[in-house]
Ligand binder design. Structure first.
Ligand code: ATP
Ligand code: MG
Length: 244
């Protein structure tokens, strides 16, 4: 399906781009999602297309928060679904989190398409269609969540979330785990755990950390203790500026 030779120096990047295009064709990714992908790629390039040590610590802390949650929810948008559908299902399984489709540019059709795509990749239950809860402080369409999903969650993982909604979720008192390649993005700045990494690398690594710490509450506590959000944001910014 993809006509990119594996030997191409930017193979991963081109493959990722193709998945987003394919997501648009399938009706799961919005056209706005193409723009978001472009922004992400630019930051990934500047970060050296690698997982920084500080991002790995963030991914480990995120795994710990998910494992320790009373009710964890992994929020899924059109870009996340197109890029890492199976990996999101595995993460939910490894941590006991729910999956909820939650879109910035919300259409019922796209929510259904994403839910079906996740089920094709092994998800059993996918939330997001009830939309019977609201995030306070946002306009009507942007505020919709499932009352027994994100509405009820104490910990939410939001990949590529919009800054306004990230802020509003934080104000609801939720522990927010944000994946965003831009350390200057408001979403990253307001997160309890900003994961400055490509979602393609981040999600499988959170799952790996979760599996490793699943039966080890002491390791979970230590992972949270070892993580400092401001330090992680600074480390990412330094990596961009100095390549360090
Ligand atoms: P705000 O500044 O209010 O947070 P924004 O300007 O960042 O909003 P968008 O363009 O929707 O709004 O943001 C998309 C974000 O998603 C960007 O910060 C981009 O770096 C990030 N992003 C895009 N693709 C990926 C990816 N594959 N992995 C991780 N982050 C990504
Ligand atoms: Mg942002």
């Amino acid at each position: 399906e993809v006509d990119v030779p594996e030997s191409h120096p930017r193979y991963e990047s081109l493959l990722t781009r193709h998945r987003i295009e394919d997501g648009v064709d399938r009706g799961i990714t919005s056209r706005q999602g193409l723009i978001a992908q472009g922004r992400g790629e630019a930051y990934d390039y500047l970060l050296g297309e690698r997982t920084l040590e500080s991002a790995d610590r963030a991914e480990r802390a995120a795994a710990a928060y998910l494992l320790r949650a009373d009710h964890a929810v992994v929020s899924v948008n059109g870009n996340a679904a197109a890029l890492v559908p199976g990996e999101l299902v595995e993460l939910a399984e490894a941590t006991g989190a729910d999956l909820e489709v939650n879109l910035f540019n919300r259409t019922e059709e796209r929510i259904r398409a994403i839910a079906e795509y996740l089920r094709d990749h092994g998800a059993e239950e996918v939330l997001g269609l009830e939309a019977d809860g609201r995030i306070p402080g946002l306009d009507h369409e942007r505020a919709k969540v499932d009352a027994d999903g994100i509405g009820d969650a104490d910990v939410v993982l939001v990949p590529l979330e919009d800054g306004d909604r990230a802020e509003a979720l934080g104000e609801m008192g939720k522990t927010e785990l944000v994946v965003d390649l831009n350390p200057l993005s408001r979403s990253a700045q307001v997160a309890t755990v900003p994961i400055i990494d490509n979602i393609v690398r981040a999600i499988p690594n959170v799952t790996a950390h979760a599996r490793e710490m699943a039966d080890d509450p002491e390791a979970q506590r230590a992972a949270i203790e070892a993580f400092d959000a401001d330090e992680a944001l600074e480390a990412a910014e330094r990596a961009i500026r100095d390549g360090a």
